[in-house]
Write a protein that binds this ligand. Sequence first.
Ligand code: PLP
Length: 442
Amino acid sequence: MEDDPRRRTPRTDAVLADPAVAVAAERLGRERVKAAVAEALQECRAGRLAPEHVAAYVVETLPTIATSMRRVINATGVVVHTNLGRAPLSSAAVDAVTVAAGATDVELDLATGRRGRRGTVALAALAARVPDAGGVHVVNNGAAALALVACALAAGRRIVVARGELVEIGDGFRIPELLESVGATLHEVGATNRVHLADYEAAVDDDTAFVLKVHPSNFRVEGFTSSVPVDAVADLCRARGVPLVVDIGSGLLAPHPRLPDEPDATTVLRDGATLVTASGDKLLGGPQAGLLLGDVELVERLRRHPLARALRVDKLTLAALEATLSGPPAPVAVALDTPPEELLARARRLALAIGPDLAAAVHSDGRVGGGGAPGVTLPSAAVALPTDLAEPLRHAEPPVVGRVADGRLLLDLLAVPADGDDELADVVRRVAGSVAAERTGG
Ligand SMILES: *Cc1c(COP(=O)(O)O)cnc(C)c1O
């Protein structure tokens, strides 16, 4: 029969030669596109797809970019959302990554033509932001920074640390187990809720490699509590000739007015810490990285330690870090500095654009997230929608992730860049439209 779709099914080569399909193959690789063509041809043979639509179908089902990771609109109100990849990079950092992705002078001094020190400029940018640090070094993440210090200084020796600071970072990973895994022994002091200077005084001895203070960055102990401030522990450490290492977690480099209880590298170093460790992708707002800041000789010793090579950051990280440190404010910093009134004005405009029958602007409580400032709420604003939009919005393009509270879906604007409002309104209108159409059987 002339009209039998099976007989009219095009050949694979013919579909691959279609200009739009050929462009997709250049972007995604021929194998990937071939698989999509095979699938489309199967649909065609089954009579579910017209032969003349095969090429368009292939292009439509393929992603536009060769990663399965999808850009998501973070409307959760959590600025540093672990499940959404922590800090989003600034566009300056994204541009820097694009340049670094090719052949670059990361380890070549173009002036002399000789080998240059890797990451010099990124490290200088970090040093410039924390003048109190004599030395700086960057490794893969905060955990790597701690592992390096523990391995270099405390293998076969003891680390004095308060019981209440033995933090589980997340996904079942615990700092005490990390330290022990590189051969250190922990000397725990104090009780879960209280530790006193006398506890540290009694614990520090000849076998102490260093005293560690860890910021409880993802939980808060309330009630009958006490901890010893950095400066007091630092005095003790100095008197006994033992280094004090402080894991501040979030990567705040200087005090932030909206986060008065969040430790920052500058203050902690001024208070006498020998070394500070921190993450790059929390409140610093940069790429995943671990920062080591402090005593110049100690940092140099860590940099030269054999394990340092295993924890080395790549050129993409160095590029993004430099742009974060010396470029325009990163999205995390922008979010922290946006006044709540501005967020409310945006929420009102968005609610109007979406439609007042569906959306309302409301006050909201944002949070920093697992990356820091536990228990601190950041005054924010949101667009309130019916909860049954939560799932279809997650499946939208781009996916929108909000949070459900008090029987409403809140799209919190704290972590949504201001230039993303139009797109957000579009997605919500589209999704609400198709949900309504489905309901009326349309
Ligand atoms: C987040 C955090 C870590 C772990 O840092 P990563 O960069 O995730 O490896 C360690 N210590 C504290 C206090 C933290 O908050």
